[in-house]
Write a protein that binds this ligand. Structure first.
Ligand code: NDP
Length: 325
C-alpha cells in the first residue's frame, strides 16, 4: 500500500477530469487522476459523437476518450487504475482519499469529476433480469440481440440514440415513452421517425419486466397505458432502459452540499465547492447541460481555480506575520 502525493488530485476520468488534468499538468501541478469504475466515463459507452468541436466527421466515444487520456498523460498526468472508496475533507488541504486498492492519495487540491450514471426504473424484474435481457447500454449489449426484437424505454437523446444504434443489430426496435412527445433534439427525432426499423409506443410505462432469469431471461414487458390505464404485454428479447442519469456523489454525502437530485452544489458560475481547495466539475455538478464539451469546460475551470488556490495559499504562507516586524 502506497501513499501518492500531488498538488492536484482528480477523481474521475471523463471529459471533465481529463480536461482538468491537461490544464493542471500544464500548470506544473503534476496531477493524479484516479480513474474509477468506468475509466473514460460515459462517452466510453457511446458510439457516434458528432457534436464535440474539432471533428468534422463523426468520431467514436471510446476513441475520443483514449485521445483525451493520451493528451493528459503526454503533458504529465499520472493515471491510477483505482477507485476511491473514502475521502477526508474535514481537515482541509491536503485532502486525503483512500482507494479500493488500499493506496492513499493526498492532494493539495481536490477536483471531483465523478460524473453520473444510468438511472433505472426501479420496477419488479429489472434487477433480476439485468444482463438477462435488461440493460442500460445498447452499445455494450446491443450485439447480443442480433436479429432479435428489442425495446428502448425513454424519450430523451440517450433513448433515441440507443434506438438508432440498435438498428445495426435488430430489424425490430420499439421506443416506449411515457408521454406523447419526445424531449430528444429535433434532428434525432427526425432520424428516429424516418427509420424503417423503428416503431414508437406512446403513453406507456413499464410496470414490470417479466421472464425467468435462470431460463431464457426476459420474455415480455408489462405495460400500462398512461391515458387509459389499460395493461398490455409487450414481447421482446431485449429491453434497454434509457431514462437519464444520476450523479455519482455517494462518497460526498454529509461532506459537501448537494441539491435534491444529489448533484454537488458549487458557487454559481464557478466549480468551487464550499470547501476551499475542493472543486467539482462535469456531470457531477451539472444537471442542466450534461454535455462532453460543457464537462470539459468546467474541468478546465476547476484546474484554473485550483492553480489560483495554490498560488494564493503559497502567497499567504510566505507573508511574514506582522508581530515579527
Ligand atoms: P433526459 O433526462 O434528457 O431524458 C430522460 C428521458 O427518460 C425523458 O424522456 C423522460 O421522460 C424519461 N424518463 C425519466 N424517468 C422515467 C421513468 N421513471 N419512466 C419512464 N420514462 C422516464 O436523459 P438523457 O440520458 O436522454 O440525456 C441526458 C443529457 O445528456 C441531456 O442533456 C441530453 O441532451 C444529453 N445527451 C446528449 C447526447 C448528444 O448530444 N449526442 C447523447 C445523449 C445524451 P419525460 O420526457 O417524460 O420527462
Amino acid at each position: 500500500m502506497a501513499t501518492h502525493k500531488t498538488r492536484m488530485l482528480i477523481i474521475g476520468s471523463g471529459p471533465a477530469g481529463l480536461s482538468a488534468a491537461i490544464y493542471g499538468a500544464r500548470a506544473m501541478m503534476e496531477p493524479i487522476v484516479v480513474q474509477g469504475l468506468q475509466p473514460g466515463g460515459q462517452l466510453t459507452i457511446t458510439t457516434d459523437v458528432e457534436n464535440y468541436p474539432g471533428f468534422r466527421d463523426v468520431v467514436q466515444g471510446p476513441w475520443l476518450m483514449q485521445e483525451m487520456q493520451a493528451q493528459a498523460e503526454h503533458v504529465g498526468t499520472r493515471m491510477m487504475w483505482d477507485t476511491i472508496v473514502s475521502v477526508d475533507l474535514e481537515n482541509g488541504s491536503p485532502f486525503r482519499a483512500v482507494g479500493d486498492s488500499g493506496d492513499v492519495y493526498e492532494g493539495e487540491t481536490l477536483v471531483i469529476a465523478t460524473g453520473a450514471q444510468a438511472r433505472w426504473l426501479g420496477v419488479p424484474g429489472e434487477m433480476e433480469l439485468g444482463g438477462k435481457g435488461v440493460s442500460a447500454c445498447a452499445t455494450c449489449d446491443g450485439f447480443f440481440y442480433r436479429g432479435k426484437k428489442v425495446a428502448v424505454i425513454g424519450g430523451g437523446n440517450t433513448a433515441v440514440e440507443e434506438a438508432l444504434y440498435l438498428t445495426n443489430h435488430s430489424d425490430d426496435v420499439t421506443l416506449i415513452h411515457r408521454r406523447d412527445s419526445l424531449r430528444a433534439e429535433r434532428i434525432l427525432q427526425e432520424r428516429l421517425f424516418r427509420h424503417p426499423k423503428i416503431k414508437v409506443l406512446w403513453n406507456k410505462v413499464v410496470e414490470s419486466f417479466e421472464g425467468d432469469p435462470l431460463a431464457g431471461g426476459l420474455t415480455h414487458l408489462s405495460l400500462k397505458d398512461t391515458v387509459s390505464g389499460d395493461m398490455s404485454a409487450f414481447h421482446c428479447d431485449g429491453a434497454f432502459v434509457a431514462i437519464g442519469h444520476a450523479p455519482s456523489t455517494e462518497l460526498f454525502k454529509k461532506k459537501l452540499a448537494m441539491d435534491d437530485g444529489g448533484y454537488l452544489l458549487v458557487e454559481p458560475g464557478t466549480p468551487k465547492t464550499a470547501i476551499p481547495g475542493v472543486f467539482a466539475c462535469g456531470d457531477v455538478m451539472d444537471h442542466t447541460y450534461r454535455q462532453a464539451v460543457t464537462a470539459a469546460g468546467t474541468g478546465c475551470m476547476a484546474a484554473l481555480d485550483a492553480e489560483r488556490f495554490l498560488a494564493t495559499s503559497k502567497f499567504e504562507k510566505e507573508q511574514v506575520p506582522e508581530s515579527t516586524w
